[in-house]
Write a protein that binds this ligand. Sequence first.
Ligand SMILES: [Zn+2]
Length: 663
Amino acid sequence: MYSACALITVFALAGSGLTDYCYRGAAGDAESFTITGQPTWAPRSVEARVRPVGGAAGSMGIVLHYQDSANLYLFLYGTGSTALRIYRKTAGTYTLLGSTPLVIPMGEAHTMRAATDGSGLLGLYWDDVLRLSVSDTTFDAGRIGLRVWNMTADFDDVLALGADGSPLFADDFDDGNAGGWSAGSGWTVVAQSGSPMPQPVFDTSFEGGNVQVTLVDPPTWTVHVTPELKGTSPYRAWFYFRMSNLSPAQPTNMVFQDVAFFTRPYYSYDNVNWTVFPAPPGNMYSVTFTQDLVWIAHSIPYTTSHEQQLIDDVQGPHVQTSVLATSEGGRPVHRLTITEPDGLTGKQGVWLVARQHAWEASGSWVADGLARWLASSDPQAISLRAKAVVNLVAIMDVDNVVLGGSGKDQAPIDFNRDWRATPHWNAVRETISGIDAFAATESYDLFIDAHCPGSASTFLYVQPESMVSPQYWLRFEEFRQILASTAGSGPLPYNGQYSELGPSYHPLWNQISLWHQYVVHSELELSLGLETQTSSRSGYQSLAEGIGRAFDDFLPDETTDVEDLAGAVAVSGAALMSPQPTPFRTATALDIVLPQSAMVRLTVHDALGRQVRTLVEEIRPAGSSPAAWDGRNDSGFPAAGGVYFLRLHTASRDATAKVTLLR
Ligand SMILES: [Zn+2]
C-alpha cells in the first residue's frame, strides 16, 4: 500500500581534500575518449600517470592533435598486443605508424608521454625513456585527451607543455572532479586506491519521502535538491529524505531549489529529534553533519505513524478514536473525540481539522499537541473536557501524507476548495457529514482549520468584518485577544495577528472550510483558519496548549468548581435533550435541563440562522422541564419543511438541538 519508494544514488561526492583522485576510463568494444583543450593547441608534450586496471585485450593511452574522434593521433599501450603503439586515425581509419613490445602487470602505474617536435616527429616516452619514434605531418594542432578501448584504466597527473616548454594544462583530479573535460561514456573520477569515491546515498523509501537530486558537485561538497512532484499537485513544496555515506566533519553545502513556500529546513540524525538548519548567507545552507547519516525535511515530518503513536498515547476514558472516512487510497482518516466521560449531552462542540494540505505537517503537530494536552490532567484541560466535546482530525489528506505529495491545489480540486454540496474527496465529504451529525445532537460552537503555509508569522483567518454581524466580530475580537494571552509567548507565539478571508482571497473562497462551516452552521460562535509558522516540537506543543486554554477561556463556563472535576465529578450546565420525534409533521417535544433554576429563552431558527419562533421565555426550575414546538412560526403560520435548530439561551451558556420538519 505504501508505494513511496525510491533509492537514488549520485556519483562522486568527494571525501576530505586529502584523498588522491584519478580519472578512470572504462570501455567495451567501442573506444571512449575524454577530451580537453582548444583546437588551436600545439603542445610539445602530453604526459599522464597511467595504470591498467582490467581488460586483457584492450588498449589505453594519450590523444594528441585531436580534430574529432575520427581524426587524431593516438599513443597507446595495448594489453592484447602487449606493445606501445602510435596510430594516426584519419576519417575513422587507423594507420599504425609504429610499434614496440612492452608487457606490464595490471595495476602497475607508469608514466606515459606523447611528444612532438612541432615539425612531424612524434615520440612515445615510457617512464621518461623514449621507446618509439615516428614521423607524420597530417595534424599539427588540436585538442588533447585520453582514450580507452576494451579495458579499464586509470589516468592521473595529466600535464601538457606548450611549444616553449611552459605548462599549457595540468589536472591531478584531486579536486574530485573532471571539470573542463568532455568525456564519452565510462569516465569517472575515483579515489586513487581504485575504490569508488565516497558518494552520498539518497533514500526516500519511507512514508512521506520526497526528493529529487539535481546536482552533486564533489569538490565543494555541494548538493542541489528540489521537491519531486508527487500526486497531482503542481507545487514542489514538500521534501523529506535520508542522506547517508557522508563524511562527518566535512561541511555539506545544500541548495534547496524551486521550493514553493520555502522556509528554513530541518535535519535529524535519528528521524525523531530535529534541528533547524542554520540561516544561510544566500540560498546555500552549509552544515557540518557530525554523523554519516542524516534526515532532512521541509519541516518536522508528521506521518501516519506519528498519528498512530498519538492514538496509542492518549487512549483512555476521555478519548474516543473513530474512523471518520476512508481515503481514496483506502487509508483511514481518524477522528479523535475528547471529552469528560460523564454521559452528558448538550456540551459545547469544537472541531479542529488539520493537514488539508499534506505538505503542511505543522498543522498535524498542532492537532497532536492539542490532543495530548486535552487528555492530560491539567486542570484547565479537565475544565474544557467537562464543558466541551473536542473533535480533532490530525491528518485529512492521508494519501498525500503517505505519498510525500504536497497536495496544494491538487487535481481535480484542492481539499480546502472542496467544502461544498457534493465534495470530491472522501475525507472532506465525511468530515462535513460527521460535523453535521455531531451538530444535530450537540452544540456546535467552534470550527478551526489548521494550516502551516510557511508564513512569517502565526495568524488567524476570519471572515471579513464587513460580511459578519457586529456580534460575530466582537466574539472574534474576544477570541483572538484570549489566544494572544494564552499563546503569546513560547517558541511559536501568536501575537494577535489575523487576516480576513473573503471573495478577494480566491475565486473559490466560498468553498474553503471556514467559509463553508460559517455559512452552513449559523449556530457556530466562530469558524476560523489557523496559520502557523514552522517550529520545533516544543513550539507546536506550546501553541497547541495555548489554543486549548483559549478554548476554555472563550467557551462559557457551565461548571461551578473546576477543582471538583479533578475528582471526576462533572457538573453539568444547561442542556437540551434531543427532540422527539424527529423528523416530525405536527409537533415535537424536548426537555430543558438546568443545574439550577434560571431565566431561559428557547427559540427556533431555520437553516440560515433566521429566528422563526420563540417557544419559551421564562424562569424554569432546576432539573428537566418540558418544551414543545408545533411547527409554526411566531405569526402562527406553518413553517416550511426543512431543518431547524432549537436554541436554548441562558445567562451562562447556549445549547442547540436540531430537528427536521416534514411537509
Ligand atoms: Zn494550507
